[in-house]
Design a protein around this ligand. Structure first.
Ligand SMILES: NC(=O)c1ccc[n+]([C@@H]2O[C@H](COP(=O)([O-])OP(=O)(O)OC[C@H]3O[C@@H](n4cnc5c(N)ncnc54)[C@H](O)[C@@H]3O)[C@@H](O)[C@H]2O)c1
Length: 434
C-alpha cells in the first residue's frame, strides 16, 4: 500500500470479471475503490467477504479492502461521494442477431447524465469505458449523451486482460490505448492514473480504440482456428500438426511478426494464391473441413472488388496504374492483383496507363510475357516507361506499390484523385499523408 497520501477514488460500474479484477488491482496499488453493481446476489456475496467468481488473487484483495474501508460496494453511484475516475465495466453481450447489446452501457450513461446535471461547478470526473464496444459506439453515445460528454472527460479505454491471469494482465497489459474524442475534454484524471500506474499510453480516436479491441479478439480467434485447421489437415494426413505449428511459430520474421498485417493490396504472385488453393484442395480431398483456408481466396477477391469500387467512385476517364507486378522490384506478373485491377477498370470503360520500374517488356519470357501481351491487347490499355508521360495522360492514379518515385509524383501532382492501395488510402489528394 505505497500510496496512502494520494487516495484517488475510483468508481467501477459492473463487478464482473473485469470490474472485480480492476477493483482488486487498484486496491493493491493503494487507491480507494467503490463498486456499483446491480446484481443483489453479487453484492451480497461480496459484502459477506466472498468473491462471486474465480480469478486468482482477486478475493484476498477485495476482503482486505472491505475490512480496511478502502473498498465499498453499492447498488448505485452516490452524488454525495463522486469518484475522481469512473470505470465502466458492465457487460456488452451478444444480441440474438450477433450485434452487441448496449443496454447496460446506456443505463450507466443515463445515470451519469443525471449526475453531470447536478455536479457543482469546479468538480471534475473522468469516465473511462472499459466494456468492449463495436467501432463507432462512443461517437453515437456522444450524440445521445451530449451533456455527459460535454461536462465530463469521457473516453474509451479498452481492457486486454485474460481470465485466469487477469491480475497480472491488468498490471502489465500488452498495450494501453485511450480513445479520446476530438471535441471532448482531456481526461486529465484518468491520464494521471495511468501515469501513476506506470502504464505508458497512446491517445487515439475513440473509433480506433474500439476497432483495435475488436481486431485483437478477432485475430486471436482467427489464429486459433487457423492453427486448428492446419493441425487437422496434417494429423489427418498422418503427420504431426503440433510439430508443424511449433516450427511455424519459430519463424518470428515472417510468421509471428508485423509482416502481412497492414491493410493494402490483395495478395498475389506466384506462391500465395497457388499454395492456398493447394492446401485447401488437400484438405477437401482428405475430408477435412477448413473454412478459413477455403474462404481465403474469396476474401482476397472481395478485397479487389472493394479497391475497384473505391477507384470507380472518383469516376476517372484514365487511370495511371503505378505498379504492375504483385510487388515492387520484380517482373513476376503471375496472379498480380494489378492485372486484375487493370482488367476490371478496362471492363468499366476506363483507360489504363500502367507503369512499373521493374518491367521491361522486351525481357519478359513465358507466362509473364503472355500475361502482359494479353493485357496490352485490350483496348484502352497501355504501358508507359516515363512517369511524366503517364502523368499527362491520366486524370486519376492508383498506387499499387510502395515506391519512392510514386510518393514523389503524389507530392508533386495535385487536384487529381489518388488511390494509394499500397498505403491504404483511397482517393486522397495531393499532400495527403500515407
Ligand atoms: N471477461 C474478460 O476477460 C474481458 C476482457 C476484456 C474486456 N472484457 C469486456 O468487459 C466487459 C465486462 O466483461 P465481464 O466479463 O466482466 O462481464 P460480466 O458479465 O462478468 O460483468 C458485468 C457486470 O456488470 C453488471 N451490470 C450490468 N449493468 C449494470 C449497471 N447498469 N450498473 C452496474 N452494474 C451493472 C452485471 O450485473 C455484471 O455483474 C464486457 O464488455 C467484456 O466484453 C471482458
Amino acid at each position: 500500500m505505497a500510496r496512502q497520501e494520494m487516495r484517488m477514488h475510483i468508481g467501477i460500474f459492473g463487478l464482473g470479471y473485469v470490474g472485480l479484477t480492476t477493483a482488486a488491482c487498484l486496491l493493491r496499488r493503494g487507491f480507494d475503490v467503490t463498486g456499483y453493481e446491480v446484481s443483489d446476489a453479487k453484492r451480497a456475496e461480496l459484502l459477506a467477504g466472498r468473491c462471486p467468481l474465480t480469478e486468482p488473487g482477486v478475493e484476498p484483495m477485495l476482503v482486505e479492502g472491505l475490512s480496511s474501508g478502502r473498498f465499498g460496494v453499492s447498488s448505485d453511484i452516490s452524488a454525495d461521494r463522486l469518484p475522481d475516475v469512473v470505470l465502466v465495466c458492465v457487460g456488452t453481450p451478444s444480441s440474438e442477431d450477433g450485434s452487441t447489446d448496449l443496454t447496460a452501457v446506456r443505463s450507466v450513461f443515463r445515470r451519469l447524465e443525471q449526475l453531470a446535471a447536478m455536479m457543482p461547478a469546479g468538480r471534475d470526473m473522468d469516465v473511462a469505458v472499459r466494456s468492449t464496444l463495436p467501432p463507432g459506439t462512443m461517437d453515437r453515445l456522444g450524440e445521445e449523451f451530449a451533456a455527459v460528454f460535454g461536462r465530463l472527460g469521457v473516453v474509451f479505454y479498452p481492457e486486454f486482460l485474460r481470465e485466469g491471469t487477469a491480475m497480472a494482465d491488468f498490471d502489465s497489459p500488452p498495450q494501453t490505448v485511450v480513445g479520446v474524442g476530438s471535441g471532448g475534454r482531456r481526461p486529465e484524471r484518468l491520464l494521471g492514473l495511468l501515469t501513476e500506474m506506470k502504464l505508458p499510453y497512446q491517445i487515439v480516436a475513440p473509433m480506433s480504440a474500439e476497432a483495435l479491441k475488436m481486431a485483437c479478439n478477432a485475430y486471436h480467434a482467427i489464429k486459433v482456428c487457423f492453427a486448428n485447421e492446419i493441425g487437422r489437415i496434417v494429423n489427418t494426413l498422418g503427420g504431426n500438426g503440433t510439430e508443424v505449428m511449433k516450427l511455424f511459430v519459430q519463424d518470428t520474421v515472417l510468421n509471428v511478426s508485423h509482416r502481412y498485417l497492414m491493410p493494402g493490396a490483395p495478395y498475389g504472385g506466384s506462391c500465395l494464391p497457388k499454395d492456398v488453393r493447394s492446401i485447401s484442395s488437400v484438405a477437401s480431398r482428405s475430408g477435412v473441413t477448413a473454412e478459413i483456408l477455403a474462404q481465403c481466396e474469396a476474401s482476397n477477391a472481395s478485397h479487389l472488388q472493394y479497391v475497384v469500387g473505391e477507384v470507380l467512385r472518383s469516376r476517372p476517364k484514365a487511370v495511371g496504374l503505378l505498379g504492375l507486378a504483385f510487388k515492387p522490384n520484380t517482373d513476376d506478373l503471375r496472379e498480380s492483383p494489378s492485372l486484375s485491377l487493370a482488367s476490371a477498370l478496362l471492363a468499366a470503360g476506363i483507360r489504363v496507363v500502367a507503369h512499373d520500374r521493374a518491367i521491361e517488356p522486351s525481357r519478359l519470357l513465358g507466362v509473364n510475357r503472355t500475361a502482359l501481351e494479353g493485357l496490352l491487347k485490350r483496348p484502352g490499355m497501355s504501358l508507359c516507361t516515363d512517369l511524366g508521360d503517364l502523368d499527362r495522360q491520366v486524370d486519376a492514379f492508383v498506387q499499387m506499390h510502395r515506391d519512392r518515385v510514386y510518393d514523389e509524383l503524389r507530392e508533386a501532382r495535385g487536384g487529381r484523385p489518388w488511390a494509394n492501395v499500397s498505403g491504404w488510402q483511397f482517393l486522397g489528394r495531393e499532400g495527403d499523408a500515407t
